[in-house]
Design a binder for this molecule. Structure first.
Ligand SMILES: [Zn+2]
Length: 136
């Protein structure tokens, strides 16, 4: 039995604050975000790490990332964005389903050590709504 939390989100067995969905990819808010608008982009098909994917699939995943990241930045009034993509325990990959973090950042956050934010479900959904409107 697959116990992957991201696969459960893909199947709709676990709720998430979705911001974008295509045939192959899904993007939703990190529930313990480092910044407002912190989004995870995943392939719907399960792969543990990037090494398990065909390079063409990796390219398509990052095409989705590059397409939605600027729209997330605009939706939350940020100025730029950082991408993080961890593979394996050595890289502190927590959920073993390939995911790309998009962190929209404001200029004043450039040298700030980021800590996890404690946002309510309603706050997250309001952010997700703004991002969905920006992407569509
Ligand atoms: Zn999975």
């Amino acid at each position: 039995m697959c116990e992957c939390v991201f696969c459960a989100i893909v199947k709709g067995e676990k709720s998430s604050h979705k911001v974008f969905e295509s045939v192959d990819h899904l993007a939703f808010l990190d529930i313990r975000p480092f910044v407002v608008g912190h989004t995870l982009v995943i392939p719907k098909k399960h792969y543990d790490t990037l090494e398990d994917m065909q390079v063409e699939e990796v390219g398509l995943l990052f095409k989705t990332v590059a397409t939605i990241a600027p729209k997330i930045v605009r939706a939350v009034n940020a100025h730029g964005f950082r991408l993080i993509q961890n593979n394996g325990e050595a890289a502190a990959q927590v959920v073993k389903h390939v995911h790309v973090h998009i962190l929209p950042l404001r200029n004043e956050q450039r040298n700030v050590f980021l800590k996890r934010l404690d946002l309510t479900d309603l706050e997250l959904e309001n952010i997700a709504q703004k991002i969905r409107e920006s992407i569509s």
